[in-house]
Design a protein around this ligand. Structure first.
Ligand SMILES: Cc1cc2nc3c(=O)[nH]c(=O)nc-3n(C[C@H](O)[C@H](O)[C@H](O)COP(=O)(O)O)c2cc1C
Length: 207
């Protein structure tokens, strides 16, 4: 009981102040990554972006099927505008400063037998996590988004049937807070997390 009260208190404080003190010792790569909304004007070299896809490449997947696909575009290109136009207005407000947009897609079936893969989204989520962690390690921002029109982007990017659009990501180098629209400034800080005891159960779900 004491542990639960302490963990809940820690979560409350972390949520309020955005501190990121883990309950158990973990590598700082996990707590240092966060979803900023400010981008530097400094361009991202193609090599720097490919490094993030390289990290995604090494994610585990069911049958090593590697169902992830990524479509990326630079701000200023027609393809960026196509992706940008699918975002909800809240996201457009800050993504307009992002040098790059990435759409993450997964293949619904296995290559080896064309059967439905139950884990195509799960596997692609692992690839996205690698991408985001590598971005953070390299001093970059990779901010995931689901606030967009999924049907529209499928059409805009000519994604064939049998593929699922999973998420979009705004990518760039970390910018300065003063460049963020003022209504978003209060959101611009690392968030806290639920206590481990909230989602880990020994033997019985929910207990
Ligand atoms: C799949 C996914 C969808 C998200 N959608 C949005 C979004 O549409 N707009 C936004 O501003 N942030 C979005 N986020 C960012 C989350 O709000 C953020 O990851 C979460 O609050 C945890 O904060 P942290 O990433 O800084 O640790 C999304 C994140 C993920 C992984």
């Amino acid at each position: 009981m004491k542990k639960i009260i302490l963990a809940s208190f820690t979560f409350f404080i972390c949520s309020m102040y955005g501190t990121r003190t883990p309950e158990y010792k973990v590598d700082q790569v996990f707590t240092n990554r966060w979803s900023s909304r400010v981008f530097s004007k400094e361009p991202v070299l193609t090599e720097e972006l490919m490094c993030l896809f390289e990290a995604a490449r090494w994610a585990p997947s069911s049958y090593n099927s590697q169902p992830w696909k990524f479509v990326w575009a630079r701000n200023g290109s027609n393809e960026f505008t196509k992706m940008f136009n699918c975002l909800v207005p809240f996201n457009q407000d800050w993504v307009k400063q992002a040098p790059l947009l990435v759409t993450i897609i997964s293949k619904d079936t296995f290559d080896h037998n064309n059967e439905f893969s139950r884990t195509h989204s799960f596997d692609t989520g692992a690839a996205w996590a690698n991408f985001a962690l590598q971005a953070s390690l390299n001093g970059m921002v990779a901010h995931g988004m689901s606030g967009f029109d999924y049907d529209k982007i499928k059409k805009e990017l000519s994604i064939p049937n049998g593929y699922t659009v999973e998420a979009m990501v705004a990518v760039g180098k970390q910018g300065k807070q003063k460049d963020l629209p003022s209504k978003m400034k209060s959101m611009e800080k690392p968030s806290g997390r639920k206590p481990v005891s909230d989602f880990v159960f020994e033997s019985t779900f929910g207990k």
